[in-house]
Design a protein around this ligand. Structure first.
Ligand code: GCU
Length: 568
């Protein structure tokens, strides 16, 4: 279960760490001998690395963006730092925002945890392993791609390695509120169904309160698995007394959960997202999706975004007139969804089940469920998150994929049945036109379609031949786009020019508008991003379909999308 930290005082371990590259993995065996202390501290050992003196790197950060010569490095890099314990909590946890791709965590010579998955948070209790002073924390960070990974060996994004989100020490009472989930239903009354997980002995009396509504309710135990007790309760209010969360009015409320020894606060919004026919509804009103896709990347920082990077993204989103963002192709930092809550931007969030995944491998299936669980338990209180996407461009002809993906849809719904489930698929081209034949479609609430007519073949208005099914599910064109090098100008027929990309957007957006069942689009993509698969003279290591380049310089197509959304 996710360790809630948003409303807790935590001790940050961000800052300068020591990085020790280990491409031959020759240091792993030597780290700790049977004395359980690092060999390196023994002055008589001729060690080939010094746990306190590696290459200094900033955490959060990506190794390849900080260490000269390591840009394309894929493999093991040991990250080390020492810390003293300053808290007086009964229990202490170590929490990582994200480590790509696999993290091997040691504290004072004790192996605590191995975590796989590069984009979701994880934590481990260190109460019994931590000392008052001079704790040696060693994290083996391994970003080597793997056949049985999620994602697999091939992605059209850069495989940045590192501890690229914050690391915190989280002190708690003996018995504490580990996580909270607030589910909203909206009709004549608004009901907040509140679930809390109490970690530790004797949870005692637990209650929830929503000060903004002047309401509170007891939470009653309804399940326990030994250490973790689940309690539930409801707070109901007249709809007229609640300001619902909506893109046009993103009202947030604090939900406080208090036990006899602990208290946490969750900031959330009360809203309902549904599908009705081919419409997506927010609080019963259909919405048009005026979206954009984006990767999590900043020039020179890889995936370790700063607050300024997040501000800048939401400025561009507002300037475009968007009400929706696809956070592709993996969970982005939690700060993005918290900011989207405040700005009234609906989100599509996803796990990196992308292209070729070894769906038949049971370990991969377990990892798939783990990554879905870690994302959903982190963001299930975010009113901005409207859709969970389970996959991107996986093979509709693959019978194993067609068996496993519906199981993952079911897993998402077990975790959270208040949001919509989608996936990015492809159209099928038939003599009658474009149709949806992918067997996954019937399991989805909303169908994402990636189409590049006019770039990878066909004409830019190719979507016009989509066969509208008024009784079909809502369709979002989850990707459409063309490449352009910023500053490269020419005729509209000249590929890689800004003029070509602008003309492409004009035609593609008009075609998308012409199809009733398509409720909108999240064009590919807000800004150019690093990709080792993109090396032609216009690309040189970047996918150039951005409306801005990696330095934030706008291309002409930016204003085409803005005008489309703002002056339809
Ligand atoms: C695919 C894929 C993206 C990729 C894009 C492209 O649809 O989902 O990750 O970047 O195409 O070709 O640029």
């Amino acid at each position: 279960m996710y360790l809630h930290t948003e409303s807790r005082e935590t001790t940050t371990l961000d800052g300068t760490w020591q990085a020790i590259p280990d491409p031959y993995r020759s240091f792993q065996d030597g780290w700790f001998d049977d004395r359980d202390v690092p060999l390196l501290e023994d002055p008589h050992e001729p060690a080939d690395y010094d746990v306190d003196d590696g290459f200094p790197v900033e955490v959060p950060g990506c190794v390849g963006e900080q260490l000269p010569g390591f840009e394309y490095y894929e493999g093991m890099v040991w990250h080390t730092r020492r810390f003293d314990r300053e808290d007086n909590g009964n229990r202490l946890f170590l929490r990582f925002g994200a480590v790509n791709y696999e993290a091997d965590v040691w504290l004072n010579g004790e192996h605590l945890l191995t975590h796989e998955g590069g984009y979701t948070p994880f934590s481990v209790e260190i109460t019994d392993a931590v000392s008052r002073e001079d704790n040696l924390l060693v994290v083996g960070v391994d970003n080597e791609r793997r056949e049985d990974g999620i994602p697999g060996m091939q992605t059209d994004w850069f495989n940045f390695g590192g501890i690229f989100r914050s690391v915190d020490l989280v002190a708690t009472p003996e018995t504490f509120v580990r996580n909270v989930k607030v589910e909203t239903s909206v009709d004549e009354t608004v009901t907040a169904s509140i679930t809390a997980w109490i970690d530790g002995p004797e949870p005692g009396d637990v209650h929830a309160a929503i000060p903004g509504l002047g309401a509170e309710a007891p939470l009653e135990p309804d399940d326990s698995d030994g250490a973790l007790t689940r309690l539930t309760g409801e707070i109901t209010a007249d709809r007229d007394d609640v300001e619902l969360w909506h893109p046009d009015g993103p009202r947030l409320y604090d939900v406080c959960v208090e036990s006899e020894s602990d208290a946490v606060e969750v900031r959330t919004g009360f809203r309902a997202v549904d599908v009705e026919g081919s419409d997506i509804l927010v609080n019963g009103e259909s919405i048009d999706v005026r979206g954009i896709s984006m990767h999590e990347e900043a020039a020179g920082r890889g995936r370790a975004l700063t607050p300024g990077d997040i501000d800048q993204r939401f400025e561009w989103v507002a300037e475009l007139g968007c009400n929706f963002v696809r956070l592709a192709h993996y969970p982005h930092t939690a700060a993005m969804a918290r900011r989207a809550d405040e700005e009234g931007i609906l989100l599509w969030e996803e796990v990196p089940a992308y292209w070729d995944i070894d769906f038949a491998d049971e370990g991969v299936q377990a990892l798939y469920r783990q990554q879905l669980r870690e994302l959903i338990q982190r963001d299930w209180n975010r009113p901005s998150v409207a859709l969970w996407s389970i996959a991107n461009e996986t093979d509709p002809e693959d019978e194993v994929r067609n068996r496993v993906l519906p199981e993952m849809v079911a897993h998402v719904r077990e975790l959270d049945d208040t949001r919509l489930v989608t996936a990015a698929c492809w159209f099928d081209e038939t003599d009658d036109g474009l149709v949806l034949l992918d067997p996954l479609v019937e399991h989805l609430d909303v169908v994402g379609i990636n189409e590049y007519y006019g770039w990878y073949g066909g004409e830019a208005d190719g979507v016009r031949s989509f066969v509208d099914d008024p009784t079909g599910p809502p369709v979002i064109v989850s990707e459409t786009g063309a490449g352009a090098k910023w500053g490269n100008h020419g005729d509209e027929d000249d590929r890689w020019t800004e003029e070509f990309q602008a003309a492409y957007y004009r035609e593609s957006l008009e075609a998308i508008e012409s199809v009733e069942q398509i409720v909108g689009t999240t064009p590919w993509i807000l800004f150019d991003f690093k990709s080792p698969r993109r090396m032609n003279p216009h690309q040189r290591g970047y996918n150039r379909k951005g409306l801005l380049d990696e330095h934030g310089r706008k291309k002409r197509a930016f204003s085409v999308l803005r005008d489309h959304y703002c002056d339809p």
